[in-house]
Design a protein around this ligand. Structure first.
Ligand SMILES: NC(=O)c1ccc[n+]([C@@H]2O[C@H](COP(=O)([O-])OP(=O)(O)OC[C@H]3O[C@@H](n4cnc5c(N)ncnc54)[C@H](OP(=O)(O)O)[C@@H]3O)[C@@H](O)[C@H]2O)c1
Length: 350
C-alpha cells in the first residue's frame, strides 16, 4: 500500500517520501481502516522536523494522525467495527497518511449523520479537543469571556464555534485580516490581529480591565506568557499546543509567584482517549519525559461525542474545511501550514 513516510528529518518536502509498505495486522484494541481521506495536523510539521518529543518513532515511520474510511479488519474483541464508516486516529497518533491505517478503537467514532467524508475528516479532532479544553478542563460558562488564539486554524475555529454556542463572548486572535473575516463569520465578537497589535492590551480593554475568564492557547511560547497579562482572577489558561515552536513544550515559563499573584489556573489538555483501566498506568511506557500520563478515558469520549452530535444536529457547529488536497501533495500542503497560510482543516483525498 502507499504510505507517506518520514525517512529523514527536515522540512516536509525533504522529510517525506511516498513509499510502498506492508499494512499492519490489527491486534487487541485495534482496527484496520481503508482510508478515503486523512487530515493535516500541525503536530505533523514538528514530526517532519524531528522536534516533537511526544511522537518521535524511529525512522522511517508513516506520518498522519487522523483519517476517515471503512473498517476492513478488526483485532480480537473489536469485530463489531467491521464494515463501519468511521473517523479515527492512527494508532500511536501516526500512520494515517496511508491507504490502510492501523487505528485504536478507543479513538474511533462512526461518521456523524449527514457529514460527507471531507466534513467528517475536519470534524473529529478539532471539536473533541476544543470541547475537552473549554468544558471538561476550562469549565467555561455562558456569559464568560474566552480568548482563542490561532482562531482561524483547525482547532481554533472549532473552539470559537463551541464557545459561541455556549453563550460565551469570544475574543479571537489571528495572523491576518483574511483570517479575521473567517472567524467573524463564525460568531466571534472581537478580532485582534496579534501580528499587528498587543493582544493582551486589547483583551484588557475589551474586558474593561477585568481580563478574560478562559484562554484557549494552541500557540504557546511567548503567546502563552503574554496571555497571562490578561487573565482574570479565577481565570483558566488552557495549554492546547505549541504552534509557535514545540521547543516551548519543555521550557518552564510559569513560576509559583505568577500563579499566586494571578490567582488563576494553568490547565493542560490532551486528546488521546484511552480505556479507563489503562489511563494513568502507562507513564514511561512510551519513553516520554513526563511524570505521569493521564489521558481522558473512553467514557468521556462518548459523552463529548454525544454533546457534539447534538450541536451538529442543531446546526450550531460545522466543520471548517480550508482546502482539499490530492494525496500526492501532502509535503507542499504541510509546508503551507508551517508558513501560516492555511485556515480550517486541510483534507487529503485518496
Ligand atoms: N493537545 C492535543 O492533544 C493536541 C492534538 C492535536 C493538535 N494540537 C495542537 O493544536 C494546535 C492547533 O493545531 P491545528 O492542526 O489546528 O493547526 P492550525 O491552528 O490550523 O495551524 C497552526 C496556526 O497557528 C498559528 N501560529 C501562531 N504562531 C505560529 C508560528 N510561529 N508558526 C506557525 N503557526 C503559528 C497560525 O495561525 P495565525 O496565522 O492565525 O497565527 C497557524 O495557522 C497546534 O499547536 C497543535 O499542535 C494539540
Amino acid at each position: 500500500m502507499r504510505a507517506w513516510q518520514v525517512v529523514r528529518h527536515g522540512r516536509p518536502s525533504e522529510a517525506l517520501e511516498l513509499c510502498d509498505v506492508e499494512p499492519a495486522k490489527p491486534g487487541p484494541g485495534q482496527i484496520l481502516v481503508k482510508a478515503r481521506a486523512s487530515v493535516l495536523n500541525y503536530n505533523e510539521v514538528d514530526g517532519c522536523h524531528g522536534r516533537y518529543l511526544t511522537i518521535d518513532p524511529p525512522l522511517p515511520y508513516t506520518l498522519g494522525m487522523e483519517c476517515v474510511g471503512e473498517v476492513v479488519a478488526a483485532g480480537p474483541g473489536e469485530e463489531a467495527w467491521l464494515g463501519r464508516q468511521v473517523t479515527t486516529s492512527g494508532f500511536g497518533a501516526v500512520g494515517a497518511h496511508a491507504d490502510l491505517v492501523l487505528a485504536s478503537s478507543a479513538m474511533t467514532f462512526d461518521i456523524p449523520p449527514g457529514l460527507s467524508d471531507v466534513e467528517a475528516a475536519a470534524f473529529f479532532y478539532p471539536f473533541h479537543l476544543a470541547h475537552l479544553g473549554l468544558f471538561e478542563r476550562g469549565r467555561l460558562q455562558a456569559g464568560e469571556t474566552v480568548l482563542v488564539h490561532a482562531a482561524a486554524g483547525g482547532v481554533g475555529s472549532a473552539a470559537v464555534q463551541l464557545a459561541v454556542a455556549a453563550g460565551a463572548e469570544v475574543i479571537a486572535t489571528v495572523g491576518s485580516d483574511a483570517k479575521a473575516q473567517l472567524v467573524r463569520n463564525l460568531g466571534a465578537q472581537h478580532l485582534i490581529n496579534y501580528r499587528a497589535a498587543d493582544f493582551a492590551e486589547a483583551a484588557l480593554e475589551i474586558t474593561q480591565g477585568k481580563g478574560v475568564d478562559v484562554c484557549f492557547d494552541g500557540v504557546g511560547g511567548d503567546v502563552m506568557l503574554q496571555s497571562l497579562r490578561c487573565l482574570a482572577r479565577g481565570g483558566r489558561h488552557l495549554t492546547i499546543g505549541f504552534a509557535s515552536g514545540i521547543e516551548a513544550e519543555e521550557v518552564p515559563l510559569v513560576t509559583g509567584r505568577m500563579l499566586c499573584f494571578g490567582n488563576f489556573d494553568m490547565l493542560g489538555v490532551i486528546l488521546a482517549y484511552t480505556p479507563p483501566e489503562i489511563s494513568g498506568k502507562i507513564a514511561g511506557a512510551s519513553g516520554m519525559p513526563v511524570p505521569r500520563f493521564n489521558p481522558p478515558t473512553t467514557d468521556i469520549a462518548q459523552s463529548v461525542q454525544q454533546s457534539l452530535l447534538s450541536l451538529l444536529a442543531a446546526r450550531k457547529i460545522r466543520p471548517i474545511v480550508g482546502a482539499t488536497v490530492p494525496f500526492e501533495e501532502l509535503p507542499a500542503a504541510l509546508e503551507e501550514m508551517e508558513a501560516r497560510q492555511t485556515s480550517g482543516r486541510i483534507v487529503l483525498l485518496r
